[in-house]
Design a protein around this ligand. Structure first.
Ligand code: F6P
Length: 536
């Protein structure tokens, strides 16, 4: 496939119907992909590529529970978490749906108890604050969903998220909550992530400054797939919410990792989130590649990355409540596809996962959009907006949507030299000024974008949107032949941190370090403040 240097604005001139030709709706999500450098022919070649790379059989193997996470020999079954209640889904002779239903039932009971006051703190006061302690997939998904769906929140519960090992994070939350009315959820698939465990121990120590050990069970619950480590931490068996090793961390918000979501919104809204994701799963499994939204989005991304050479993808959500969505997608996409080794252990020849970044519109317009419009780097953008807001400020919504649609139009159309000169001349500028300033006012245009519209940011539509991106990322991994479901790349830094922690504790930099690392350790030691953490 060669780059054809297509001008998107010319493609629009050639076909008055490009919008309906290059758009589709699935699971209540509308995707306009017409503002890409694509023709029918390009798309059909990309679909051929998906067929050659066996995307559909790999998708089916994933849904069927085959061990598609081949470096860890695990199935990848987050889609089973959102099957309708009472489904049957057998994996290795076990009906995983029955186990899933049991944990969802446990979550529902717990959420109802907290909401109706049957579950209270040790002194009999209602729970008013829920602090989720977790990081990565045990934080980003629940935090993003709680923020995105704040208009559906159960009144009376305040959510907090502590992820960073930086003590400022925990300290700031603890200064705002009261031990008698706070519930801590320790969320960690492995229950061994150092950041989370240190925060969990410090939270427990803080609690025990006010209450005794026997009161812990009213204030600490755990979500994990490691029962042994949870018990060792001292959390009651009754307070444990289990999930399975076939749920990857970044795909886990649908599992008990979603407990803070259910507590924030109520269980019926959590169920609606799962149902929305399931609707996208069904579409992904059933629609032919030419009309399959996750497959199309993935193929467009591959075209932009591998043919047009775009190194990053910017996410511009024109919805304030989606401000955490780019962060969430960073882990989903970059931890999944930030890899270069294929099934056979060879380096993939094509460029793989792009860098994901972004912010909400219109904020981004007044910060980095200059770069999107005029820099030498072409950055495709996914614009996301909801057609109906949850507020009554109609004028705000009108301006928001106008900006969203105008940005993709500007990126696509640009403004050529002649248009700039005509505009400046109409403004009465001299020909000298026009010659001097016109190059600065020119926009090359031809910059690709997708626009994703939800009728409103409801639990079901958000579920479908998240599932869309999950499947997009999986399809790209299938095409590149990489394993999107492991994350070996995060290990080395963790191991080296242990060595440096020991140096900081002992007060002497080990001699095995390079001079930079040794020098930095020396700086930290001479600044003092290294408390003895060995008891944690
Ligand atoms: O270090 C990366 C990672 O393993 C992520 O994949 C995961 O989401 C996060 O850490 C947290 O892991 P855990 O839930 O086991 O604490």
């Amino acid at each position: 496939m060669r780059q054809q240097n297509l001008e998107i604005r010319h493609l629009f001139d050639q076909s008055g119907d490009r919008f309906s030709q290059f758009s589709l709706t699935a699971a209540g999500i509308f995707l306009d992909y017409s503002k890409n450098q694509l023709t029918e022919k390009t798309l059909s070649l990309l679909v051929d590529l998906a067929r050659e790379q066996k995307v559909e059989p790999q998708r089916d193997a994933m849904f069927a529970g085959e061990k598609v996470n081949f470096t860890e020999q695990r199935p990848v079954l987050h889609t089973a978490l959102r099957l309708p209640q009472h489904s049957t889904h057998n994996v290795d002779g076990i009906n995983v749906s029955a186990e899933i239903d049991a944990v969802l039932g446990q979550m529902q009971t717990f959420v109802e108890q907290v909401h109706n006051g049957d579950w209270r703190g040790a002194t009999g006061l209602l729970i008013t604050d829920v602090v989720n302690i977790g990081i990565g997939g045990s934080d980003l998904g629940p935090k993003m969903v709680c923020e995105a769906l704040r208009c559906y929140a159960h009144k009376g519960i305040q959510n907090h998220f502590v992820s960073n090992v930086d003590g400022h994070a925990l300290d700031s939350v603890l200064s705002r909550v009261r031990p008698a009315t706070t519930l801590f959820i320790i969320s960690s698939k492995s229950f061994s992530t150092e950041d989370t465990m240190l925060n969990a121990h410090s939270a427990r120590n803080w609690f025990l400054q006010h209450f005794s050990e026997e009161n812990l069970s009213r204030h600490f619950v755990a979500v994990s797939s490691n029962r042994v480590a949870v018990e060792a931490f001292g959390i009651d068996a009754m307070n444990q919410f289990y999930f399975w090793d076939w749920v990857g961390g970044r795909y886990s918000l649908w599992s008990a990792i979603g407990l803070p979501i259910a507590l924030a919104l109520g269980f019926s809204h959590f169920r609606a989130l799962l149902d929305g994701a399931h609707a996208m799963d069904v579409h992904f499994q059933q629609a032919p590649p030419e009309q399959n939204m996750p497959i199309l989005l993935a193929l467009i991304g591959i075209w932009n990355r591998d043919i047009l050479g775009c190194r990053s993808l910017s996410i511009a959500a024109y919805h304030q409540d989606l401000r955490a969505f780019p962060n969430y997608l960073q882990q989903l996409d970059m931890e999944s596809n930030g890899k270069q080794i294929d099934h056979q252990g060879r380096i993939v020849e094509a460029a793989t996962g792009p860098i994901i970044w972004g912010d909400v519109g219109t904020n981004g317009q007044h910060a980095y959009f200059q770069h999107l419009h005029q820099s030498s780097e072409i950055t495709p953008v996914d614009f996301i907006a909801a057609l109906r807001p949850h507020h009554q400020l109609a004028e705000h919504h009108l301006v928001l949507l106008a900006n969203c649609f105008a940005q993709s139009q500007a990126l696509m159309r640009g403004k050529n030299a002649q248009e700039v000169a005509e505009e400046m001349s109409a403004q009465g500028l001299s020909s000298d000024d026009i010659a001097r300033l016109a190059p600065h006012r020119r926009f090359t245009g031809n910059r690709p974008s997708n626009t994703i519209l939800l009728d409103e940011l409801s639990p079901a539509k958000l579920g479908a949107l998240i599932a869309l991106y999950e499947h997009k990322v999986a399809v790209q991994g299938f095409c590149w032949g990489i394993n999107s479901f492991d994350q070996w790349g995060v290990e080395l830094g963790k191991v080296l941190a242990k060595v440096i922690e020991a140096d900081l504790r002992s007060g002497t930099p080990g001699s095995s370090h390079d001079s930079s690392t040794q020098g930095l350790i020396g700086k930290a030691l001479s600044a003092g403040n290294m408390v003895d953490l060995s008891s944690c």
